[in-house]
Design a binder for this molecule. Structure first.
Ligand code: FES
Ligand SMILES: [Fe+2]
Length: 363
């Protein structure tokens, strides 16, 4: 029975998650099964399986969920996601990405189609009641936002909910033309609990205090946060002279100087759309005190990107790391238990804490 946390739904009275949430190994483990197993994760873009009849093995959240999966693209261009564990005695089936007409387990030769279906197995002629449906590879749901793929091991909600929220505002962007930019994509190792990193992302309250340069290009006064069920959106409005989105006339925000749409998807994904493209951040728990944050950059408008955007992202990230590592040390204190939320500036953090409490209390 894991610890139950209560977060008042009324932000004016609510207290933040207590320090114990960030300190407890038991809670850290409970989050794995109750939160990460029941939500969605970013897999990568569809170029992982660029060619028809190709495969791409990967580990979902290595060192935390550590679930071996494989993406396949068949002749008809269907992309699917399966367990990469052989249904015979549990060997990893696919070890290398690339062209493949079928999946062959090298241990004893069991074969599967690119649709995960059992095909053949030597020395099993005398096995009775074989093959059964459970001899096929287990398939996981796969959803796409443009070329970006998501899967969930046992998700408690439909990802279409998130897709429709994001499409409402960024649906006008030609996501299939976004180009992966390896030079500005990298992982940051942060000495903090993963949820502290998200807490910090979920409020723009700290921008004037922590990010001087960013504060100069954003209009802090009109910064807004919109809350949805499993996602929220922060909108950064630009100061004069800063790049803004060229919004079509039918767009909800047409006429406004939008400099950034910051989407967060429960529990650990961030999709930051800028006039030049997209920065995806995936927050990956490693241990109570260590988190890997993957920054993945896609450029759409080279001219706007050339304008120091990458340097700004890196600078802001280092400033954020400094404060979240400070908070991580602080919440270990015997004299800190819990705090309160700013009703005007911390709606996103309150939303996150409420969702964590809710998912942890589910049996
Ligand atoms: S474990 Fe795959 S064929 Fe035996
Ligand atoms: Fe920040």
């Amino acid at each position: 029975m894991s610890k139950v946390f209560n977060i008042s739904s009324d932000i004016k009275n609510a207290e933040t998650l207590p320090a114990e949430f960030y300190r407890s190994q038991d809670v850290f483990e409970a989050i794995k099964e109750k939160v990460f197993l029941r939500t969605w994760q970013y897999v990568g873009d569809e170029n992982l399986v660029q060619l028809t009849e190709s495969v791409h093995p990967f580990i979902l959240l290595n060192n935390y969920l550590t679930e071996p999966l494989v993406l396949t693209r068949d002749k008809e261009d269907n992309i699917r996601c399966f367990s990469n564990v052989c249904t015979h005695r549990g060997n990893i089936v696919v070890n290398n990405p690339g062209k493949a007409r079928q999946l062959v387990c090298m241990y004893h030769g069991r074969r599967f189609g690119l649709n995960g279906a059992f095909k053949s197995m030597p020395e099993f002629e005398k096995a009775e009641n074989f093959p059964r449906p459970c001899d096929d590879l287990h398939e996981f749901v796969l959803r796409a936002l443009g070329p970006f793929l998501f899967t969930g091991l046992n998700p408690a909600f439909d990802f279409d909910e998130v897709l429709s929220i994001m499409t409402e505002r960024i649906g006008f962007l030609p996501l299939h033309e976004f180009k992966f930019e390896p030079t500005t994509s990298r992982d940051y190792l942060v000495n903090c609990h993963w949820a502290l990193y998200c807490d910090n992302y979920l409020e723009g309250f700290h921008i004037p205090f922590v990010h001087q340069d960013l504060n100069e290009v954003l209009d802090y006064g009109s910064y807004t946060t919109e809350i949805y069920e499993h996602a929220n959106l922060q909108i950064g409005y630009a100061n004069d002279g800063t790049e803004i989105f060229d919004l079509p006339e039918y767009h909800k925000d047409y006429g406004k100087s939008v400099g950034a749409y910051y989407y967060w998807v429960f529990p650990n994904m961030m999709f930051n759309f800028y006039p030049w493209g997209l920065s995806i951040n995936v927050v990956k728990p490693i241990s109570l005190n260590k988190t890997r944050v993957s920054f993945i950059t896609y450029v759409y408008d080279e001219n706007k990107f050339a304008d120091g955007a990458a340097a700004m992202i890196d600078k802001v990230e280092r400033e954020d790391e400094f404060v979240v590592e400070g908070v991580h040390k602080g919440v270990q204190s015997r004299f800190y238990n819990t705090g309160r939320f700013s009703p005007t500036r911390e709606k996103g953090v309150h939303h996150f804490h409420g969702l964590l409490a809710k998912y942890l209390s589910k049996s």
